[in-house]
Design a protein around this ligand. Structure first.
Ligand code: SAM
Length: 239
């Protein structure tokens, strides 16, 4: 009997990976050395078991590691990394044209402390980082998957919280933002009970103030224009 094809629940929508000509040019000009090739697993966005990356070698230096999952076209990633030249920033994005757009921004803004991986960021976090090695993790405007039948696709879950807590260094920071209140509350339900993470603003109602260093991206603008508010969260890994 033939095997059933695997059906994974993924946190992103499937989109064409075709690039327009400026994205293709940016990719051709810049990807070498900045987009890290990782052996693929059973999906083209998954990572093969046993894959590994020596981040110090990829950056040519040893420095505190920051990870972003779902960096989109780098609208927040590039300026935020530029403000942290002392850190090595690794960004995961499944959509290749968005990674090409990020490369173009890095080149224009002369930001050199970012490496990109075109793969599922939760798999990347699990497989390419050792326990307690990540100083900060950013998940900004993750797809809210607001219909209840799609909630299973949400990136932030209690299990993701466990993984994130295991990869953050003691004292390390998880930063989240969403323009979808119900997803913000879902994140709170997923993370507030995690024994290794502390909601830094629990005494003030649990929501963090908006970070001044986080640029307003198209997702934030779109949420505000639709009359929504933006919800920030900050969790610190216990020592
Ligand atoms: C709504 S966009 C936000 C982009 C960016 N953070 C910003 O604020 O401009 C969410 C992005 O996350 C990406 N994404 C979703 N799930 C992912 C995953 N598991 N790993 C890597 N990227 C993911 C999507 O392809 C999309 O580009």
């Amino acid at each position: 009997m033939s095997e059933q094809p695997r059906r994974d629940v993924v946190s992103y929508a499937r989109r064409s990976s075709r690039m327009n000509s400026s994205q293709q040019k940016a990719w051709d000009r810049c990807h070498d050395g900045l987009v890290i090739d990782v052996p693929k697993g059973h999906r083209d966005t998954s990572i093969a078991a046993g894959a590994s990356v020596v981040w110090d070698d990829e950056f040519g230096r040893s420095a505190p590691l920051i990870v972003e999952i779902g960096s989109g076209n780098g609208e927040s990633l590039v300026p935020m990394a530029a403000q942290l030249p002392e850190c090595n920033v690794v960004a995961f994005e499944v959509y290749r044209p968005a990674v090409a757009g990020t490369l173009a921004k890095m080149s224009r803004q002369e930001v050199h402390n970012i490496r990109l991986v075109v793969a599922d960021g939760m798999e990347g976090l699990s497989q390419l980082f050792g326990p307690s090695t990540v100083q900060e993790l950013w998940v900004l405007f993750a797809d809210p998957w607001h219909k209840s039948r799609h909630h299973k696709r949400r990136l932030i879950t209690p299990a993701a919280g466990e993984l994130i807590a295991s990869r953050l260094a003691p004292g390390g920071l998880l930063r989240l933002a969403t323009d979808w209140q119900e997803y913000g509350e879902w994140m709170r339900v997923s993370l507030d009970g995690n024994q290794s993470l502390v909601n830094e603003y629990l005494d003030e109602g649990g929501w963090a103030p908006r970070d001044a260093d986080r640029p307003v991206t198209k997702y934030e603008r779109r949420g505000l224009a639709a009359g929504r508010q933006v919800w920030d969260l900050r969790y610190r890994r216990r020592d």
